[in-house]
Design a protein around this ligand. Structure first.
Ligand SMILES: [Ca+2]
Ligand SMILES: [Ca+2]
Length: 338
């Protein structure tokens, strides 16, 4: 299977390919949040939710091969953020520390894995990968991912687009940015097992319905029917929480976990699993680096392209590059300070 059909994440190496065909694009910023159907998006508390430990059936075997085998998995208890980390929360961190994210700094040419003279100049400017939908049918990711200088968490649609909205999930972060935030906040990035346990909430993994999560209705990538109320990212908390009281675990933005990615689950690693070692990591779509595992799908997951609006869904994700459809939330090993 080609990456075109398999993935809605993106890597620096892929963007280098994309850049070769890039020209000016008047549609910049059009992926901004637009609500077709008014939805109630109540303000929800930031207070982490305590989950007792337990066992659950992790994975699925009838959708994508990388999600199996189903494995009875046990995790210890923890606390978890009730919603994706928001721009408001990330701004608190930046205000307190002066932190500058990876997407705001000059690009390290080494991440492209090609000679420096083969890298287009604009791709060495600070920036990030922005979903920029074509107005024609396509199954080629080069038609919808654009490396946009000046895109970062504060300007998620690029320098000419709207500012970050406080109660939307923060995006365009690299792994190091998320770790820095977690350390400051006193939490950590969840393991894949913790994340899936929290997302499953006692039920078997299955695709959720459009009214339950922000995904994509219609033929991706050019026809977005928006029947779930949002064309792009939604504020956190617009959809019903799961049985654990957690919002947007499935859909809205993919969420990064601490596990390195490799297709499939180790059937013997059943108690507080932490995923493969860095040396054992393998992302078939990105074999040159140790990808991290992302979970739950995003507003770009559509029935014709990415049936990953499920707790068990998983993909590898380049730790060095942010995108406009990947975020995160934290877990805590002891009760977080208010
Ligand atoms: Ca949507
Ligand atoms: Ca999510």
């Amino acid at each position: 299977m080609s990456r075109f059909f398999a993935s809605t994440t993106v890597t620096a190496a892929i963007l280098l390919t994309v850049a070769a065909g890039c020209s000016g694009d008047d549609s910049r910023g059009e992926a901004a949040q637009v609500s077709a159907t008014p939805r109630s998006c109540p303000a929800i508390a930031d207070t982490p939710v305590q989950l007792a430990g337990g066992s659950f059936a992790m994975g699925e075997e009838d959708v994508y091969a990388e999600e199996g085998p189903v494995r009875q998995t046990t995790v210890a208890g923890f606390w978890i953020d009730p919603h994706e980390v928001t721009n408001r929360q990330f701004a608190e961190f930046v205000a307190a520390t002066g932190y500058v994210t990876v997407a705001e700094k000059p690009v390290d040419p080494k991440q492209f894995q090609v000679p420096a003279d083969q890298i287009p100049a604009h791709m060495l400017e600070p920036g990030s990968a922005v979903f920029t939908p074509p107005d024609f049918p396509s199954n080629n990711y080069a038609d919808w991912w654009e490396y946009m200088p000046g895109a970062n968490w504060k300007k998620p649609y690029g320098p000419d687009g709207a500012d970050a909205v406080p109660n939307e999930p923060v995006v365009h972060l690299a792994w190091d940015d998320m770790i820095a935030y977690a350390k400051w906040r006193g939490g950590r990035i969840p393991t894949e097992a913790e994340w899936e346990y929290a997302a499953s909430a006692g039920k078997r993994s299955t695709n959720v319905q459009p009214e339950e999560a922000n995904s994509w209705q219609g033929a991706f990538p050019n026809h977005n029917a928006e029947t779930d109320g949002f064309k792009g990212v939604a504020p956190v908390g617009c959809y019903k929480p799961n049985a654990n009281g957690l919002y947007d675990m499935v859909g809205n933005v993919w969420e990064v976990t601490s596990d390195y990615f490799r297709p499939g689950h180790d059937p013997e690693d059943k108690v507080n699993p932490k995923g493969p070692s860095e040396n054992a990591a393998y992302d078939p779509y990105n074999p040159g680096m140790a990808s991290r595992t992302v979970k739950g799908g995003s507003y770009l997951c559509a029935p014709n392209y990415c049936q990953r609006y499920r707790p068990a869904s998983r993909q590898g994700r380049d730790p060095g590059l942010g995108t406009s459809n990947v975020g995160f939330r934290l877990v805590y090993d002891s009760e977080p300070k208010a």
